[in-house]
Design a protein around this ligand. Structure first.
Ligand SMILES: [Fe+2]
Length: 262
């Protein structure tokens, strides 16, 4: 995990609201304008249903209490404001308690298309619609619980599972790949790219996913798809931990990308 952040979360009032500036709201508005047509084409059904339930304002950054009242009713989740980066302990503890961490800052204009750190657009627009779905919501809470009980080395493997599911996961719906991963759904460039023939699409295999190297600063060379979100929910603690241990023994598969310094 990265140690420092160049962004700082904005203060949250006692009511849970953030005083966003005009220019911050304008960045949200422009991001939504670019990304909404894309997700309509490429996102999975469940995400689009969630988007309707949450009914985000298009011209200003949504306030967390508004989202939370809907999530609470549907799946018992809420979004919790956090500093820009949090450690593994806090991350897993929040998920286990159905609290989705969101740093209260939005990217600057010059990082409009690409930002390595998860900002509020990524957390709200990318992830929250799926938190209205029971299968996704239950899996994410279980994942938090598993992480809470894991050792540091196990957590490093668990982070890889999260990467290839919650962040970059695809579903096969009909003959098409559809996106449920929030890392893709909040990225204007990657949303269309992930469904082209450029990257590889592998049927989700937990051991393979746990052994697949990734870089956070490039478009992914491999995506894993499932047939449904039920398949995600069915990943039991036993199965996950058994495969985490196997992956620890076997090590990583060869990378499909050049090293960062190349
Ligand atoms: Fe994320």
């Amino acid at each position: 995990m990265k140690k420092g952040s160049k962004y700082t979360s904005k203060p949250v009032s006692v009511n849970g609201t953030v005083n966003w500036t005009k220019s911050e709201n304008k960045i949200w508005e422009d991001l939504v304008k670019e990304q909404l047509p894309q997700v309509r084409d490429y996102a999975c059904r469940e995400y689009l249903e969630g988007l309707q339930y949450l009914n985000f304002p298009e011209k200003e950054i949504p306030q967390l209490p508004d989202i939370n009242s809907i999530l609470a009713k549907m799946t018992g989740w809420k979004v919790e404001a956090v500093p820009a980066l949090i450690n593994f302990d806090r991350f897993f503890e929040l998920l286990a308690n159905r609290r989705f961490p969101a740093a209260t800052f939005i990217r600057r204009r010059k990082e409009f298309y690409y930002l390595q750190e998860p900002d509020i657009f990524h957390e709200l627009f990318g992830h929250c619609p799926l938190l209205t779905n029971k299968h996704f919501a239950d899996f994410t809470a279980r994942y938090g619980q598993i992480g809470l009980n894991a050792t540091h080395k196990e957590r490093i493997k668990l982070a890889r599972l999260y990467w290839f599911t919650v962040e970059f996961g695809l579903l096969k719906q009909g003959d098409l790949w559809k996106v449920y991963g929030g890392g893709i759904l909040s990225s204007v460039g990657e949303t269309a790219y992930c469904e082209t023939n450029q990257p590889e699409h592998h049927k989700f295999n937990i051991l393979e996913a746990l052994r697949t190297p990734y870089r956070i600063d490039i478009m992914q060379p491999i995506y894993f798809y499932m047939n449904s979100l039920e398949e995600l929910e069915q990943l039991s603690e036993e199965l996950i931990m058994e495969n985490v241990h196997k992956a620890m023994e076997l090590g990583l598969l060869p990378a499909k990308f050049p090293p960062k310094s190349a």
